[in-house]
Design a binder for this molecule. Structure first.
Ligand SMILES: [Zn+2]
Length: 319
């Protein structure tokens, strides 16, 4: 029997991994633009394979792409002790100035999470929330199902939600409303998300989560949506590769996040299993995919006992 997310957080850092939609789009199973995960119905094996890859790389939480991942599937890959999180996100239907939309959103979440609860999920991740008001509805629906809640905000704005709450203040309100984990996910890379998470860490007593995108956002372009190519073209969402973080950068990020007191360290859109494995190993984990972790000391040109024949050409590899 798996221990609960709350127990796991009490015992140390939890490693998450998301970005299923972006990665399955790259693999040819989801249409960029609408980003509707039809893959769940059309190619369930592709979803299962990506879950397996993240799992082998060390992720401790399998996030249902809508509601597909359940314990039987995890048993298939011999990791039934991983937690399974149900998942809801911003609906685009919520309008703080139109009270009628609250009922619409509540019904959407109740339907989605009802299916997930039937499948036996361990907790719910409500993510990429633009509005505190919408996040609170997701939290209420989760609580009505008797499940622990992780609620994270999408930091697309400089410092506050679309309904005007500073991120730390919004997280404090979510925490006081009973969320077990609060924080940020998506939109920002490590460099521009870590400074915001510090304020959240100070504002709440509950567990804090951070799941940045693995892209090199900076002061000039703090979110992946604002990144531009050298020619000035928008990179989001399907030309972001030149801005990608290496596995080493994500490993450093994982350590920096833990150092700041973050309890749930993860990764969002753009994540690959190589990032997750590097993060897991930086956090001191031994993971199944570690069997194939790099050993550059075995590379013919980089090994310490390089042959004289190859050493004669080493300058062409370093110039
Ligand atoms: Zn994302």
């Amino acid at each position: 029997m798996s221990s609960s997310i709350v127990d796991r957080l009490r015992n140390g850092t939890v490693l998450g991994a998301e970005g299923y939609v972006f990665e399955l789009e790259r693999r040819g199973y989801i249409k960029a633009g609408p980003f509707v995960p039809e893959v769940v119905l059309d190619f369930p094996d592709a979803v299962r394979e990506l879950h397996r890859e993240f799992l082998r790389a060390g992720a401790e939480v399998m996030v249902a792409l809508t509601y597909y991942a359940h314990r039987e599937k995890l048993r298939d890959v011999g990791r039934e002790d991983a937690l399974v999180a149900g998942n809801v996100c911003n609906t685009w239907a919520y309008d703080p100035d139109d009270p009628a939309t609250k009922a619409t959103v509540r019904a959407m979440y109740a339907e989605q999470l009802g299916w997930a609860a039937e499948e036996g999920i361990d907790f719910v991740i409500s993510e990429t929330n633009d509005y505190l008001g919408e996040a609170l509805i997701a939290l209420e629906v989760t609580q009505a199902l008797g499940l622990p809640a992780m609620v994270t905000l999408a930091p697309t704005q400089p410092d506050r939600t679309r309904d005007g709450y500073e991120y730390a203040e919004a997280c404090r309100i979510l925490s006081e409303a009973g969320a077990q984990i609060v924080g940020l996910n998506c939109d920002r890379g490590p460099k521009t998300m870590l400074p915001l998470i510090s304020g959240i860490r100070e504002a709440v007593d509950c567990a804090v989560a951070i799941q940045p995108v693995p892209y090199r956002t900076d002061a000039a372009a703090p979110t992946m949506e604002t990144l531009r190519s050298a020619a000035g073209d928008r990179a989001f969402p399907i030309a972001l590769e030149p801005f990608g973080c290496t596995r080493f950068e994500m490993a450093s990020f994982a350590l920096a996040a833990r150092e700041l007191g973050v309890d749930y360290v993860g990764i969002c859109c753009g994540a690959g299993p190589h990032h997750v494995r590097a993060m897991a190993e930086a956090l001191g984990r031994e993971v199944p995919a570690g069997k194939y972790s790099p050993s550059m000391d075995l590379h013919p040109m980089f090994r310490s006992d390089i042959s004289a024949k190859d050493a004669a050409f080493l300058h062409t590899w370093t110039a």
